[in-house]
Design a protein around this ligand. Structure first.
Ligand code: ADP
Length: 978
């Protein structure tokens, strides 16, 4: 083992060698500010000779900005504390600076300071480069536009790198020149001329620093611009102390969009790392520009889209108006076609001619349906369709609709049924006409596309929230069905499941599109389930408000039917099910069988068990043994003498009724059955007066037009329409005078002797609305009121309201039809004739109404009177509500209108007090003085309460009398209430 080499402490020479080897800067300074000794690293790094370093105060080498701090630090060391982390910049011989990190200690006894310094320039630069990159990234993330980003980018780079001036250049639109967009400099820099020179210049590719960067699409570095041969701004840069510079391109892909350049007050060696980083920043700015350009393009696109949307809306509106106008134009000649055809059909004609005319009528009706559909559709498209909100009776509305469709179903021998679940509320608020339109369309389609079997409408209560009820409707058929792939398209406008069916079945493909929109307006959805060849079920939901429970009495009052045994005989299972449900709901005891033979068995059975049926409900049309044969067997069997027979007959088969008469069947009903009628028929059949129905009585049906001849004024400018209207009125037994504008109408009214005006809305000189207003204001002076009925072809939403607001009393849309007109007149003649109110007539003997005067007013026709009462009882709560609401809102004109209407209605019953209070309220509304309105309204309510009670009694009496009359003649005719 060799002995370890002995280590002797270093000699002075050893230590000098060490010091000379060190890469750090070692020095000894005196306390006067001079270096006394420096190691060779100083010469190597800073470029001075040792003598140069030792001969000048060291502060001269320190960066002017760091001198003050250096003096403070030197004083601290001289006073005894050592330093370990002081940094400052030392100038190199070429003018550049390097960052030094110092460690020092003082030797007082020698008056010397021993120092060592490390070169931290590279670390400092890296930190500055990172700071610059971070700052630019932040600016780009936050800036909204390039214009707002550029000055902040220049500032961020200058401040992070400690450079003095920055400029940004953009390639001009033609791509030929670089133009300065923006410059920035540190506040302390005196670079006014350089700044101006930069702003006023442009550069071509390759020229100057920006031009070079542009043409090479790469960063470039100039150590000292003052000495660069390709730097046109060299002299002013030198004057204002700018030396090092670098520039880098803004790149999108390979394309240079612009250039950024920066200047320092010092001469600086190229910094490849910095240039690399700046390249990345250039691309980042490029991406920013690209993104902003895309956003701008998107904004422009969105603006264009908005403009296009507005144009489309405008176009739709124009289209809707066009359709409304076209529909008007089509309706006017159709008015003539339909009216004249109806008139011609009333004359003596041959069978052949009748056939032709019937064909014309059928086509005209189809055309009218199409025009109506188009109008609806255009209104929906233009979002102009709004739903009404009126009180209505759901069962009546639906059952009446089914009635209208029944002949079509029965012609095809289809069973048509309607089943409304007992839970479904009856008194609703909504748009009954539009609901009917949906049901008409779905049931109409079902009948159209079904050859055998049945079509059933079912309604159930789905959910209830506060006063809103969601109802679920379904229409099921056993028809041709719809293939799965077609089930979605049929709800689109003008589309049909199979274009070949169009020719066979007809139709436009608009019905379901309209229904869908209406259902959506009613807050519901529509869908279909179907199997080809097996049938379809259309479901839809809709939300309605449930009316506040009115004066309905508890079911105990119609106990007559409780526990009544009834036999249902029908081959159709759906019908049996519906009837069973209905009877069970009325607390009866139903038994249902599917054939005549089974019925006879059940009857035998009931005798054996000594539990005879009180009523047998027979379907007239059944296979094997039909209802009539069963009825014959029953009525010929003495054992069944006590049983009441009710026959279910089919619409469109008048011989059914004749057979009922033959067989002396007292009661018959036409399918589809209305629950209210079924109730009446059964109660009457078992010999009980109809005291009360399970729900609110039906609205009055078409009142027959007054027997007397009316003097009618037709105000209409179109000659053909004048003729049609005249003839129809004449056919209805009235006398007609014709005028062709509103002004003439006013004169005619002032001349007197008129009972009714049928007023066109659009007329020259003075239109129907203005004429009505003029007539109403003239009437204020006379205290008269002539009923005015609008006749309009426009049929747009709001027409009706505008007519009523102008003071008209009724409304009928063209083409004028016999029945509708008759109905409209019937309603109008029940309207107020205040001048005829027997204000000074003797008071009624007892009660609030004068029965005798009342009867006289309807020509002694109790039936008409009953209709009036029903109409009034249905209308009165609504008017009262309107009055209350108008008072609540402080809406004087609305109060005036509502009170006027109510006054007119109570006027019909010669109810003096109610009339007088209504009049007071009307006056308050007209004068805009609502102070005492609330009080008057309370009085009115109690007066109406008494009046309603009396009227109900009156109706009851007359109906009881009527039923008794029927009882006497029951074996001879139907008990159907006419
Ligand atoms: P239209 O009946 O006037 O053609 P709709 O919009 O009412 O228009 O119906 C569109 C299509 O949907 C019909 O043409 C038919 O092909 C199909 N469709 C509707 N209801 C039924 C149904 N109950 N059974 C079979 N197909 C039906």
């Amino acid at each position: 083992m060799s002995a370890r080499a002995r280590f002797n402490p270093p000699t002075e020479d050893d230590l000098r060698e060490f010091i000379d080897l060190s890469l750090n800067f070692l020095c000894i300074a005196d306390t006067e500010g001079y270096f006394k000794h420096v190691n060779p690293a100083w010469e190597a790094t800073f470029g001075y000779t040792k003598e140069e370093v030792l001969s000048r105060p060291y502060l001269e080498f320190v960066h002017p900005d760091d001198r003050e701090a250096t003096i403070v630090e030197a004083t601290k060391i001289a006073s005894g504390s050592s330093t370990l982390s002081f940094e400052n910049r030392f100038r190199c011989k070429d003018g550049s600076y390097r960052w030094l990190l110092w460690s020092a200690v003082v030797r007082h006894e020698k008056g010397l300071i021993y120092c060592t310094a490390a070169d931290v320039t590279e670390r400092k630069r890296e930190a500055a480069r990172l700071a610059a990159q971070y700052a630019v990234t932040r600016v780009l993330a936050e800036a909204a536009t390039l214009a707002s980003a550029t000055p902040r980018i220049l500032q961020a780079v200058c401040e992070s790198l400690d450079w003095s001036v920055g400029a940004i250049w953009r390639v001009d639109q033609k791509g030929k020149l670089l133009c300065c967009v923006e410059t920035w400099h540190v506040p302390s820099a005196q670079v006014k001329e350089f700044d101006q020179g930069t702003h006023s210049r442009t550069f071509s590719p390759g020229i100057g620093l920006p031009g070079r960067v542009w043409s090479q699409a790469q960063p470039a570095w100039i150590e000292d611009v003052a000495r660069d041969p390709n730097f046109p701004r060299a002299s002013i840069a030198a004057q204002e102390g700018l030396h090092a510079a670098f520039g880098f391109p803004i790149l999108v892909g390979a394309e240079v969009l612009g250039v950024l350049e920066f200047f320092s007050n010092q001469i600086q060696q190229p910094d490849p790392r910095l240039l690399e980083m700046m390249s990345a920043i250039g691309s980042q700015i490029g991406q920013f520009i690209e993104r902003k350009d895309a956003e701008d393009a998107l904004r422009v696109y969105a603006r264009e889209l908005e403009v296009a949307r507005k144009r489309a809306e405008e176009a739709t509106r124009a289209k809707s108006e066009f359709l409304a106008n076209i529909s008007h134009e089509i309706r006017t000649p159709m008015n003539a076609m339909i009216g004249m055809t109806e008139l011609a059909l009333e004359t003596r004609i041959t069978r052949e001619q009748r056939e032709y005319l019937n064909a014309i009528q059928g086509s005209a009706d189809a055309l009218l349906t199409l025009v109506n559909d188009l109008l609806d559709f255009s209104k929906i498209e233009a979002r102009k369709l709004q739903l009404d909100r009126v009180g209505f009776n759901l069962r009546d509305a639906l059952e009446d609709t089914m009635r209208v469709l029944a002949p079509r179903a029965h012609q095809k021998e289809l069973e048509l049924a309607c089943h409304i679940h007992p839970d479904v509320p009856d008194a609703l608020v909504g748009d009954p006409l539009r609901l009917r339109q949906i049901v008409m369309n779905l049931v109409g389609n079902a009948i159209k596309f079904t050859e055998h079997g049945e079509v059933v409408l079912r309604v159930q209560a789905e959910s209830r929230r506060n006063r809103d009820a969601q109802l679920s409707f379904s229409v099921t058929d056993t028809g041709i069905g719809i293939p799965p792939e077609k089930q979605a398209v049929i709800f689109e406008a003008f589309s049909q499941a199979d274009s070949s069916t169009t020719r066979r079945y007809g139709g436009t493909g608009l019905g379901l599109a309209i229904s869908m929109q209406l259902v959506e307006l009613m807050g519901g959805t529509i869908s279909v389930e179907s199997r080809t060849g097996q049938g379809s079920t259309f479901h839809f939901t809709a939300v309605f408000q449930v009316q506040q429970p009115g004066r309905e009495k508890p079911p105990a009052r119609w106990r007559t039917l409780t526990d009544l045994p009834v036999l249902i005989v029908d081959d159709n299972a759906t019908n049996r099910r519906i009837l069973e449900d209905v009877f069970t709901n009325w607390h009866m005891r139903p038994v249902a069988v599917e054939s005549g033979a089974a019925a006879l068995c059940s009857l035998e059975e009931s005798l054996r068990a000594d539990q005879p049926f009180a009523v047998v409900l027979l379907d007239g049309h059944m296979p094997d043994m039909d209802g009539f044969s069963v009825a014959k067997r029953i009525s010929h069997d003495r054992r069944y003498a006590g049983i009441k027979l009710v026959m279910l007959t089919s619409a469109g088969q008048p011989e059914d009724v004749a057979r009922c008469h033959e067989l002396e069947i007292s009661a018959y009903l036409t399918k589809p059955i209305k629950q209210s009628e079924l109730f009446d028929v059964i109660v009457t059949a078992i010999g009980q007066p109809v005291l009360e129905r399970p729900r609110t009585p039906q609205r009055p049906k078409r009142a027959r037009a007054a027997n007397r001849t009316l003097q009618v004024l037709v105000a209409e400018d179109n000659q053909v329409n004048q003729l049609v209207a005249t003839r129809i009125f004449q056919k209805l037994g009235h006398q007609v005078k014709v005028v062709s504008n509103g002004r003439e109408a006013l004169s005619a009214v002032q001349a007197g002797g008129l009972d009714l005006i049928a007023m066109d809305v659009q007329m020259p000189e003075m239109d129907g609305l203005d004429a009505t207003r003029a007539i109403r204001s003239w009437e204020m002076t006379t205290g008269t009121h002539i009923p005015i009925m609008a006749m309009t072809a426009h049929a747009m939403k709001g027409d009706r309201e505008r007519c009523l607001a102008a003071g008209m009393d009724g409304y009928t849309s063209k083409p004028i039809r016999f029945r509708e007109l008759e109905q409209a007149i019937a309603q109008l003649i029940s309207l107020p004739k205040p001048s005829k109110i027997p204000v000074s007539a003797g008071r009624p003997a007892d009660g609030v109404i004068d029965h005798a005067a009342l009867l006289a007013g309807v020509d002694g026709d109790r039936r008409v009177l009953r209709e009036f009462v029903r109409l009034f009882l249905a209308d009165c709560p609504r008017r009262l509500k309107e009055i209350n609401q108008a008072i609540g809102r402080g809406d004087a004109p609305a109060l005036c209108r509502a009170a006027h209407m109510l006054k007119g209605s109570v006027g019909n019953f010669a109810a003096r007090k109610a009339f007088a209070v209504s009049q007071q309220l009307e006056n308050m509304g007209r004068d805009g003085d609502l102070d005492k309105a609330r009080q008057a309204c309370v009085t009115l309510e109690s007066e109406l309460e008494i009046l309603n009670h009396e009227l109900e009694e009156l109706t009851k009496n007359s109906s009881t009398r009527k039923k008794q009359m029927h009882k006497g003649s029951r074996r001879r005719g139907g008990v159907k209430d006419s």
